[in-house]
Write a protein that binds this ligand. Structure first.
Ligand SMILES: [Cu+2]
Length: 658
């Protein structure tokens, strides 16, 4: 489907320049490293083939001086040369032990040398072939085009009960004029976002007036509060199809999560500033990762900040449970705060050592580029807190607890300001290195209305520099930075207990232990699942561990109904029921928030149901549990609050991520 609309007065110049771009990923450090040469090299580390060729030819000439060689020998040499040169072009990776062995053999044992050479060449061919064609994961990593919404396609939605839900703008945005985003002038004062628990009354009066004015705008004005809220509904339910595709566009559970939400609240903030005539106005952030900020900020109980659809048991002074289990944690305020800090450490530090683990999976255009794999912070606190705030009396836990209605609660914007801030904190912790340099991400673009109600097109690459965007965050302590959890049971004792339990599998007392591949039907998460998972590598050096994070992959997560789903994952845990994020055995969590609505497809559209993948970085955890030289680990999946009944999991495995 193509877009027909005016863009700066000149038609047709929207789609071509962004969508015809050939994508040549070039990252060297990112987890999305998609350079085909590197991927193949990883699969078949061959070393310098030129060197092999040289050694091989030298030996050939040693055996048979050129003068004594017949024509067919020359022919073989030329053939061999061509073959090796061809391979070398694709495979310039220098560190191959086979080749080192080859050189050694050259001096000691000529016969073994020749046979090894040919084995090496033989071994190259199938592995290169496989690398190119048979592994869908590899094929996926090598391609991918940027994503963009087709504004002419907004779909209707229906609630679970079949009641229509209107998220689409009253008039198609494809009929509006569009301009490209321009950074604000560097001379305009920077907007500094402050923690919500520290803002003063004057500021609040201003902010409150902004929200009131926004709510008073007519719904024909895209800056109207409900229209703002509906942007989130549109992008979380897949209400737009993608440009040049009949596939729906979603921004959650992938690498679009952080930048898209940044942009959404960025324009929201500027609109508020415009309405109150203050170009320094900045949103507050709900500082739920810091003890004094771990309650819903008090002012959300007043005036236009009120939303009656919140869980009344969670209003101030209740301490937030940032890894909400759908049932009350039963922890006192002090214990809850401590648990939250350990959980933050896990989501921001030990579980987020590689880009994909934090940012989410690589989603690119079309059905073929689809993925479903959220990053640590998106899963929780983000998802968990959405649900924790939403009303337990509403069918879909509206407002905050369902994506379609979440942004109707003013606290949404402070929640997302903190999410956005944590992105910058994580970035800073890793030295402000660009996290993703893949054009499929950088050149993806979205549309928002700016403070003048003008539709603006903006690329992800323009959403990465806060200074240029003209806003920033007031610094605040990161009390979770040193909250590294400790094993809840001394590791040696834990391992002895687990071994004993395994031996007594048939005994009445012992919980069943499954093989980590749960079969094509998967396993229902209606009760605790335990599996013994093999570790492909042991005895890794410190350097190897730094370069390659060990990742526990819970794959094939199939959520059969639109429900809140939460399960926690533990490694080598003895008593999971009494171990939370404060225990080092806690390896992470999976949380699904309700969407709240079903999108009604336009004719000819395709909707793909995809299973989700949870990736958990466990290198540091394994060290702390003294398990990093073990050949296997015991993994426990613990469904929370009865939320796993409609969910199956296909299995668990361990991978390594660069
Ligand atoms: Cu969202």
């Amino acid at each position: 489907m193509s877009m027909s609309r005016n863009f700066n007065g000149s038609p047709d110049d929207i789609v071509p320049d962004y969508n015809s771009a050939t994508v040549r990923p070039r990252s060297a450090s990112s987890a999305y490293n998609s350079d085909p040469q590197q991927i193949w090299a990883k699969r078949a580390p061959l070393g310098s083939c030129f060197r092999a060729l040289f050694l091989l030819l030298c030996y050939w000439f040693q055996l048979q001086p050129p003068s004594a060689m017949e024509a067919k020998h020359w022919f073989s040499v030329v053939l061999l040369t061509l073959l090796l040169v061809g391979l070398s072009i694709n495979l310039l990776h220098d560190s191959n032990s086979s080749l080192r062995d080859l050189r050694g053999l050259n001096e000691k044992n000529p016969a073994a040398y020749i046979s090894t050479s040919f084995q090496l060449i033989q071994s190259m061919i199938p592995s290169i072939w496989e690398g190119r064609s048979s592994d869908p994961e590899v094929a996926k990593q090598t391609g991918g085009r940027p994503i963009a919404p087709n504004l002419a396609t907004c779909h209707k939605s229906l609630s679970d009960a079949g009641r229509p839900v209107f998220c689409c703008p009253p008039k198609r945005e494809s009929e509006e004029s569009v301009i490209d985003f321009k950074f604000p002038s560097p001379s305009t004062p920077k907007r500094i976002r402050r923690p919500a628990h520290l803002v003063d009354d004057d500021y609040l009066a201003k902010y409150q007036r902004g929200v009131t004015l926004m709510k008073q705008l007519d719904t024909s004005d895209p800056r109207n509060f409900m229209r703002q809220a509906n942007i989130h509904c549109i992008f979380c339910t897949g209400a737009y199809t993608q440009v040049n595709s009949s596939h729906l566009l979603n921004i959650h559970r992938s690498w679009f999560f952080f930048p898209w939400h940044r942009l959404m609240i960025y324009f929201h903030e500027r609109i508020l500033g415009k309405l109150i005539g203050d170009d320094t106005f900045a949103l507050p952030y709900w500082n739920w990762d810091n003890p004094p900020g771990m309650i819903i900020p008090h002012y959300y109980m007043n005036g236009s900040f009120v939303d009656k659809d919140r869980d009344h048991a969670h209003l101030p002074p209740q301490v937030a449970d940032i890894s909400f289990d759908y049932v009350e944690s039963g922890l006192g305020p002090e214990e809850q705060i401590e648990s939250n800090l350990h959980f933050m450490y896990h989501q921001m530090v030990s579980g987020a050592k590689k880009v994909e683990l934090f940012m989410g999976c690589k989603r690119t255009a079309g059905e073929e580029g689809e993925c479903d794999g959220p990053g640590t912070v998106e899963v929780a606190p983000h998802n968990a807190l959405h649900t924790w705030v939403g009303s337990n009396l509403q069918p879909e836990r509206e407002n905050m607890g369902a994506f379609y209605s979440a942004a109707r609660d003013p606290v949404f914007y402070a929640h997302h300001a903190n999410i956005d801030r944590l992105w910058t904190v994580w970035r800073k912790l890793r030295g402000n290195v660009p996290e993703i340099v893949d054009p499929a991400w950088l050149d993806s673009y979205f549309y928002f209305h700016d403070e003048n109600a003008q539709l603006v097109r903006i690329k992800i690459r323009d959403a990465l520099d806060m200074d240029k965007l003209g806003y920033g965050y007031e610094d605040i302590d990161l009390p979770w930075l040193n909250a590294r959890p400790k094993p809840s049971v001394p590791p040696k004792i834990a391992k002895a207990v687990l071994k004993l339990r395994e031996l007594n599998q048939n005994g009445l007392q012992s919980p069943a232990l499954f093989s980590p591949d749960f079969g094509p039907e998967g396993r229902i998460l209606d009760s605790t699942i335990r599996a013994k998972v093999q570790r492909p590598k042991r005895y890794r050096s410190k350097k190897e561990k730094e370069e390659e994070e060990e990742v526990l992959v819970v794959y094939g997560i199939d959520i059969k109904r639109d429900m809140y789903v939460k399960f926690d994952v533990y490694v080598n845990v003895v008593d999971e029921k009494n171990t939370g994020p404060e225990g080092r055995e806690f390896a992470g969590t999976f949380v699904n928030v309700r969407h709240g609505v079903t999108t009604v497809l336009n004719e000819g559209d395709s909707k793909m149901k995809m299973k989700s993948t949870l990736k958990l970085g466990i290198s540091e955890l394994l060290e702390d549990l003294e398990a990093d030289e073990d050949e296997s680990v015991w993994v426990t999946l613990l469904p929370r609050g009865g939320t796993g009944v409609n969910t199956t999991v296909d299995g668990i495995r361990i991978e390594y991520m660069r």
